[in-house]
Design a protein around this ligand. Structure first.
Ligand code: HEC
Ligand code: HEC
Ligand code: HEC
Ligand code: HEC
Length: 486
């Protein structure tokens, strides 16, 4: 295309953009996503148990992730989140992560996935299985991306049954792996594409980058794009909080409309890989593996990789102590104090956001117009995205505390924009007294204040776990995906 033509096209696009998309929050236009067809030649062995005998040390480490059992409920610890996510499934149930071993159990049991009593019932799409199991790349290879993503979560229940395991990180059917070599592999096409966009193409990457990229299979920010609800990483502009925010704004993507403020919200996932890259360790080439999967020596004297992914302080001698002279206590104290500093600022931002959501609700009730509310709602969107990016990136206080503090700072700034504008809108409609926030001191009160019938959700889930899940497991055993019942 010659330069003139290009200019004309650009001018036309800009003009169209201005006339058709007057608001920043224009209608959601899904960007074109490539869809890989089925690839039956890609054999993926998802059954973790098959590797127990050949690789007992790696298998045992992996199985020992089951020792990390704590499953703390964030909604109970900090009921503000019930308000922040009002109108969205996270308001019902959000728990801290635990061992990889529990990935399938936990996604079945969390209230967010609901209680689909038939394969066609909602509410969630297949995308919700995507970071839970090596059965996911297996199914994508068998059905193609369109065949995998374009269905309900409930329809995958008897297929996706093995928790995060060997085939999520290794080409377990290769000759190299049979010989005990790592044969690292990413088999999810929707992960390989964005890695290429940020110049980390997996096939060409060195071993250090490849190791870290394994975790980017799942520990990243993503959204569900288009009618297929295809897992997609918002990395076209880059991986910083601003670049991902711009990506979402440009396509007008909205995860949900807030039940109180009606703001067009974004839900951050867990941008661990992104924040790690921007932190001091990431910049120095110290990867997730150096801290979470160190090399250790077996009783036979042979060095192998510790597969018990968990808190690196539990293996201090093989992790931090490899590079740092400080004592375990000293480093633990540093990490703990950073966690506390971040938490303090995070809670301030939460309080600002809670107030803003109720103020916006009051403004609507007082008769505010869409036009009057637009800028305030956009500011709420940005402020909460920044809060969520910091809260959902677990371990951000060690991975990149400076980055997280800056993100929270800009979040406070946007929350203050929102509240300043809301004061004006409220005053214009005759409300000059401060807007009262109802009692949200407990999760129960917060659910009441935002209209969630939590008991109903729990009853439905209990029934689903009692009747549907055993059926899923039975079918999976018949297909040979799970070992026979003991
Ligand atoms: C989350 C990713 C991940 C999972 C899950 C995983 N591995 Fe690994 N595995 C690694 C990494 C990283 C290495 C080290 C690679 C390197 O040294 O470059 C490794 C190395 C290995 C090696 C090479 C020898 C060694 O110990 O360094 C074997 C064999 C192995 N894993 C077997 C398994 C088996 C069996 C399972 C399932 C029970 C499994 N892995 C699950 C990431 C994983
Ligand atoms: C296939 C997706 C997937 C891959 C690959 C993956 N993770 Fe995870 N990870 C998860 C999920 C899902 C959870 C939460 C499981 C739960 O709570 O049920 C989790 C939990 C964790 C936890 C918390 C463990 C605990 O005991 O609290 C750590 C730490 C972690 N992952 C680190 C890593 C690292 C490091 C890598 C790369 C070597 C990695 N993960 C690869 C999906 C994945
Ligand atoms: C310099 C070492 C280091 C590196 C590199 C590192 N982590 Fe961590 N990570 C930690 C420590 C230490 C903790 C626990 C912090 C604490 O105790 O409060 C942690 C916590 C986590 C958690 C939260 C676990 C939980 O239960 O809340 C996840 C998830 C995680 N890391 C994943 C990753 C991933 C993925 C990468 C690479 C993209 C990575 N980490 C790189 C040291 C590291
Ligand atoms: C493979 C080597 C390596 C490992 C393992 C490692 N670090 Fe580091 N760490 C570094 C390097 C390199 C730097 C940057 C040093 C610099 O810039 O002066 C650093 C810097 C730090 C800093 C100071 C930078 C900051 O954030 O202010 C802290 C704190 C730290 N590491 C904690 C830990 C902890 C805790 C662990 C174990 C969970 C750990 N590191 C594991 C290499 C490592």
């Amino acid at each position: 295309m010659n330069v003139l033509k290009k200019r004309l096209l650009l001018a036309a696009t800009v003009a169209w953009g201005v006339s058709v998309l007057p608001n920043t929050m224009a209608e959601y236009k899904p960007i074109e996503q490539p869809v890989e067809p089925a690839n039956p030649s890609l054999k993926i062995e998802s059954r973790n148990d098959l590797f127990k005998e050949q690789f007992p040390k790696q298998y045992q480490g992996w199985a020992d992730t089951s020792k990390s059992t704590d499953l703390d409920s964030v909604n109970y610890e900090d009921p503000r989140v019930v308000v922040l996510w009002a109108g969205y499934a996270f308001a019902k149930d959000y728990k801290k992560p635990r061992g990889h071993f529990y990935a399938i159990t936990d996604v079945r049991e969390i209230l967010r996935t609901g209680a689909p009593m038939t394969p066609d019932a909602g509410p969630m799409p297949m995308a919700c299985w995507t970071c839970k199991s090596p059965d996911v790349p297996r199914l994508i290879a068998e059905r193609g991306e369109a065949g995998y993503f374009g269905a309900t979560w409930g329809s995958g229940g008897s297929e996706i049954v093995n928790p995060i395991g060997c085939a999520d990180c290794h080409d377990t059917t290769s000759k190299d792996f049979a010989e005990g070599k790592p044969a690292l592999r990413i088999a999810r096409p929707h992960v390989l594409r964005p890695l290429e966009k940020i110049n980390k193409k997996f096939a060409d990457a060195d071993r250090t980058d490849q190791r870290a990229a394994l975790c980017a299979n799942c520990h990243v920010e993503y959204y569900f794009a288009g009618d297929l609800k295809q897992v997609t990483f918002p990395w076209d502009n880059g991986i910083s909080v601003d670049e991902m925010e711009k990506y979402y704004d440009d396509i007008g993507f909205v995860d949900w409309t807030h039940a109180l403020s009606k703001a067009p919200m974004l839900k951050a996932q867990h941008p661990d890989y992104e924040t790690w890259m921007l932190g001091v360790h990431g910049k120095n080439g110290v990867t997730c593996i150096d801290c979470h999967m160190p090399k250790v020596q077996g009783v036979d004297g042979k060095v192998y990789t510790d597969h018990q992914i968990g808190n690196p302080f539990n293996a201090f001698e093989h992790t931090c102590a490899n590079c740092h002279d400080q004592s375990k206590e000293k480093l633990k104290d540093i990490v703990k104090s950073r966690k506390k500093e971040i938490k303090d600022v995070m809670l301030r931002l939460e309080d600002q956001l809670v107030a803003a959501h109720f103020e916006a609700k009051a403004a609507w009730e007082a008769g505010a117009t869409k036009e009057e509310m637009k800028d305030a709602l956009q500011a709420i969107r940005h402020a909460q995205w920044r809060w969520d990016y910091s809260a959902a990136g677990h371990g951000g206080h060690i991975h990149a505390p400076d980055v997280i503090l800056k993100v929270l700072g800009t979040g406070l700034d946007r929350a203050s924009d929102a509240r300043t504008q809301l004061v004006r809108v409220l005053a214009k409609h005759g409300i000059t007294e401060p807007v009262k926030v109802p009692d949200i001191s407990t999760a129960e009160n917060a659910w009441k204040a935002t209209g969630v019938d939590i008991e109903k959700e729990r009853r439905a889930k209990a029934e689903f776990l009692k009747t549907i899940v055993p059926q899923w497991d039975k079918e999976a055993r018949e297909k040979g995906l799970l070992p026979p019942e003991k």
